[in-house]
Design a protein. Structure first.
Length: 146
């Protein structure tokens, strides 16, 4: 859990560093005309107003990226570590020793919600011997063959 709390700080540091490096290269290019030196092209004059405009634009984009990243990171909740879970009923024991249903445990510690259904394998196990289930399955199969 300790790494997760450091993650936003590390991401923000990387984002700020990345945009800072972009701005640094923009100004180095404006002052020293790097493409002219590297590729032997024609030198261009220094255009300070254009460089200032580009810097402001990059800063705006950088702030927006950091703002979006912060918004996304506030939505992340992490469950980590070992969860003691019953092999039979799938209840989870919390730190107080109380056994809770898996759904309740996860819902109380995240923004996740559950809707329940029954998978085909369990449907077969639970209702496979029932006449109504076999008839509905047969009707469904006949409907698919039409």
């Amino acid at each position: 859990m300790k790494l997760f709390f450091k993650l936003p700080n590390i991401l923000f540091l990387y984002e700020i560093s990345g945009f800072g490096i972009i701005i640094l290269f923009l100004w180095l290019d404006a002052i020293f005309d790097i493409p002219a030196h590297l590729f032997g092209g024609m030198q261009t004059p220094v255009n300070i107003p254009e460089s200032i405009f580009e810097t402001i634009f990059i800063l705006i984009v950088g702030v927006l990226c950091i703002w979006v990243t912060h918004g996304l990171l506030t939505k992340i909740k992490v469950l980590e570590g070992r969860l003691p879970i019953c092999a039979s009923c799938k209840k989870i024991r919390d730190h107080k020793g109380v056994w809770q249903h898996l759904e309740k445990y996860i819902e109380s510690r995240s923004n996740a919600t559950f809707s329940h259904g029954v998978c085909p394998d369990c449907m077969e196990k639970l209702y496979g011997h029932q006449a109504w289930y076999r008839q509905s399955k047969l009707a469904k199969k006949q409907g698919e063959n039409l």
